[in-house]
Design a protein around this ligand. Sequence first.
Ligand code: FES
Length: 84
Amino acid sequence: MAQRIEMQICLGSSCFSRGNKDVVMFIREYLSKNHLDDKVIFKGARCMGHCSNGPNLNINGVIIEDVALLKIESILEKEFARLI
Ligand code: FES
């Protein structure tokens, strides 16, 4: 059975001020470009309580901190290598 990944990005104000909007746009494009839209459920989330280390991403229950635009591609590649 195909495994689905649930991924949430924090949309709280602190992560917003740390650039989560650009990261959201990058992730959306990445999922579409790699035909992962049906394998990855991507949603926004409320504050995850790790505000000073944001932007924060939660992938299948594991929080990844400091998801800056410069790092997001390598994070996604590592997470999704088995799906692409
Ligand atoms: S605002 Fe993102 S963890 Fe608090």
